[in-house]
Design a binder for this molecule. Structure first.
Ligand code: MSP
Length: 490
């Protein structure tokens, strides 16, 4: 149960250099599930009007990566990011993502706030002029140490980073290192799952943090520094502040948004290091609280490898939507493995799971129960009254969600589906009804089935919202329903 009235969840803001892919969808669907879950809990509270969940997502629109892609497509960068931001919004609408704001870093209010922060930190001597020399990976938009590279290449992008040497403004880092370590250790800034907390602590305890370059002289596509217009802000500095400007923050450090600190910041493991060093240090410099929880998830792989066009193992998000529908896609992604670990998917396995869990499991259960209601003139309202179906949020699910064990929450619901299917097969209500002397038995069986199916529909709401609605409607109207059509493996 959240102990705050304002509950704030963020996804990363996605680079607007190309169309959204399955990895982006994975993070965003998970964030949407959490937001829906907490909204639901709040709705059940007496003082519900005072509680609010805020889900932020958006696009990261500055920097070399974007500028180069735009140049390659002979577009100006603004045109490119405008198109891509629309692609993201369209996809989130299709996937049923209920975000409260979609922040874009080219938004003038965001830019102004970033400039204000730069000026504040500069005036305090926390940003100073220096020179930076080192390797830079444009794919990551990050400086790389030799020890980060594998055979001289960036392990995430497989490319050789560029050597860079230029005048640059630097952000002081190490003076906040001890405070940061303390906050991570005592979970004031909780990094989870545990293995990622360990990884970051061992990094922070081994190395003194170097001051980082927060400006670029040669990258025009960015926010210019108010105290030196020949420089633009480093894209990550700009991007991190979107977590605050997305709440309408204007860059004034005295004016802390009511939703801050974030309760859950969801990120993939590739962007953990920056989120656990640069971001909290900017916040500490500003005197802001750190996010309560940084939740790190793994990557989606296919056949053990990163999806790539060259390997031919890419599964597209549109392809998944076509085959499995929105709720099928949401289910298959979230149940494909332990949330927090890498997950490995192939189309064959997805189809198999779809058929087993959705078509045969849930679909079959619901259509059988609705058919029984139809054939025997049973009124849902009658059972609703007798069983008092106003269900409270389920404790088990709450516990899983608090630990972000989204996959476990789903398996818990599917245990009910399986047991209920088994119960129908064992009790054979269609036979009971034929025997007048067993009317009571029949009623008992139906009561249990209706309660099961209704509970399932309630529990499913954050995960499969459309399906949840369809089930409730079918129970009430007794209209036949086909939830998930079996798919042939092609
Ligand atoms: N723009 C930065 C984030 C700035 S946040 C202040 C960025 N963008 S990204 O578009 O490259 O990636 C965004 C998120 O997508 C990351 O959390 C990343 O882990 C996630 N994914 C990208 N590919 C992925 C998979 N194949 N699988 C799962 N998630 C992955 O980084």
């Amino acid at each position: 149960m959240p102990d705050r009235k304002n509950f704030y969840i963020t996804t990363p803001i996605y680079y607007a250099n190309a169309k959204p892919h399955l990895g982006h969808a994975y993070t965003t669907i998970a964030a949407d599930v959490l937001a829906r879950f907490y909204r639901d809990i709040f709705l059940n509270l007496r003082e519900k009007d005072k509680f609010k969940v805020f889900l932020l997502t958006g696009t990261d629109e500055h920097g070399s990566k974007i500028a180069r892609k735009a140049a390659a497509e002979e577009k100006n960068p603004q045109q490119l990011v405008d198109e891509v931001a629309e692609d993201f919004k369209r996809l989130w609408d299709k996937l049923g993502i209920q975000y409260d704001n979609f922040i874009r870093t080219t938004n003038p209010k965001h830019k102004k706030a970033v400039q204000k922060v730069l000026q504040t930190l500069y005036d305090r001597g926390l940003i100073y002029k220096g020179e930076y020399e080192g390797f830079y990976c444009v794919g990551c938009e990050q400086f790389k140490n030799k020890s980060d590279l594998v055979d001289g290449k960036c392990p995430d992008h497989g490319t050789t980073p560029e050597w860079m040497r230029e005048e640059s403004y630097m952000l002081k880092m190490s003076d906040k290192q001890e405070e940061l370590i303390e906050k991570i250790k005592n979970d004031k800034f909780k990094i989870t799952p545990e293995k990622y907390k360990k990884e970051i602590l061992s990094f922070l305890e081994k190395e003194k943090l170097q001051d980082i370059s927060i400006s670029r002289e040669k990258v025009e596509w960015g926010i210019s520094l108010p105290f030196d217009p020949n420089h633009t802000a480093y894209v990550w500095f700009d991007a991190f502040l979107s977590y605050l400007t997305g709440l309408g923050w204007n860059g004034d450090e005295k004016n802390i948004p009511i939703f801050w600190p974030a309760d859950i910041q969801l990120i993939g493991k590739d962007i953990l290091r920056v989120h656990a060093t640069i971001w909290p240090i900017i916040l500490l410099h500003l005197g802001f609280e750190l996010p309560r929880k940084l939740f790190v998830h793994g990557h989606i792989l296919s056949e053990g490898r990163k999806m790539s066009k060259t390997l031919g193992n890419v599964i597209g998000v549109e392809e998944m939507l076509e085959r499995f529908s929105v709720d099928g896609t949401r289910y298959l992604l979230l149940s494909a493995g332990i949330f927090g670990n890498d997950i490995d998917i192939t189309i064959e396995r997805l189809v198999e799971k779809y058929n087993a869990d959705l078509a045969n499991g849930l679909g079959n259960l619901v259509s059988r129960v609705v058919k029984l209601l139809q054939s025997f003139e049973i009124h849902f309202a009658y059972y609703d009254e007798r069983t008092n179906l106003k269900l409270k949020p389920n404790d088990k699910i709450s516990k899983f969600i608090e630990k972000l064990e989204i996959d476990k929450a789903l398996s818990y619901i599917w245990d009910i589906v399986r047991q209920s299917n088994k119960y129908i097969e064992e009790t054979k209500p269609w036979e009971l009804i034929k025997d007048a002397s067993r009317k009571e038995e029949f009623e008992e069986v139906m009561k249990k089935l209706i309660v099961d199916v209704y509970s399932i529909s309630e529990l499913l709401e954050p995960f499969l919202p459309e399906t949840s609605k369809k089930i409730k409607k079918a129970l009430k109207t007794k209209e036949s329903v086909i939830l998930f059509q079996r798919i042939k493996i092609s």
